[in-house]
Design a protein around this ligand. Sequence first.
Ligand code: HEM
Length: 389
Amino acid sequence: MASEAAPLIDGHDHGHACPVEVESAETTDGRLGAVLGAPRNGELAPLGVHGPWLATSLVQAKQVLTDAAGFDFPSTVTRGSDMSGSAGDTRSGHHVFAPLTPTQVGHGSSTFLTQWHEVVAAARTSPDGGVIDAMQALRRPMARATCGAALPGCSPGDRDLVADNVLGWIDALGPVISRRRDPGRWSRIRRHEARARHELEDTLARVLPGCGINDAAHVVATFLAAGVQVPIAAGAWLLVLLAAHPERGFEPEHVVWESLRVAPPTWITARITTGPVTLAGRQLAPGELVLVSPLLLGRSSELVPGDSSALGAFEPDRWRCEDVRPGAWLPFGAGAHACPGRTLGFRLLRDLATWALEHELTLTEPVKIDQSRGILPSPARLGFTSPTQ
Ligand code: HEM
């Protein structure tokens, strides 16, 4: 974590005596700092004496993510820094998920909006009076939206039960993922995680046949976990970054691209070489770890319009420039294992951005970057008022 004195993304004063600040990735240490500090000279960057290697250009990143024969997934979902692995240890055992259809996305969006407005209405009348913890507030709306989209034939009661089980599994996975060392199979946190996973898989095994879904429960469980955990973090970053920028008039889509660029929750993903591979002119031996970082690629002046000396800044209007394609920095990955929920994820974030742009948001506390599991805003407490209030 950065020191107290580290520079910050923002320092806007929302009528508070002191500006409320959001820690900037550019000044953070830990793994994030090491990745952003790597030389970007077009070569593969070694992050340690024996690797891992960091892809520093789009060409390298695409090779790593799309050359399925040369690069494999290194571990199971339970020890990855993101939620995007599936039950198999190797690519050959790794399920390829079908993308969601537009009907499923529409269903997820309407579920999200209903649930989000309920959360907002409850927060307005709570003792805190319109203050939310975004990481908490987004849990049920995102979980129910993703479950509603992925299991469209499911009754609302079953959908909500599955959503709660997914949240239970994600919560139990947190301590497993954030541990520096792999906790033993029989450790308390592993056993808790296994119980939560089995609870979800048992519910799915009962519910899936009635929804007309033939996939195995563990495959659907992985899909749902990836589709809940990341959108909660992405939505919380979006709200935090907008709260730190009181100016309005942005396009919701631009806000979504820009918050995914400045703070992509799946900020890094890893692959392992399956045999001798040449990457950026360097010969890699089998078993070498190679990292791809959408956060790093999102700081490339070739992929992002605007002032190249200030690519850490949150400026949604940079996407008014139509010459540069948004999303070129791979916020949803690439290749066969690119995000199958990207259209739903984008739509939910756009729905959230549309709501947020109609409100005045105020951070109540400085926000730090929690690197324990992807990147999360911590705490993400903010007040909101609508223009009519
Ligand atoms: C809101 C924004 C989202 C972002 C930024 C995001 C980002 C990503 C990224 C970068 C990957 C690729 C990771 C890798 O290559 O190792 C990925 C994979 C995945 N995502 Fe998303 N995602 C989002 C939403 C969703 C949603 C809504 C779902 C499901 C409904 C979902 C399901 C998955 C799954 C199942 C994978 C694994 C794909 C595979 O390994 O074949 N994601 N996501």
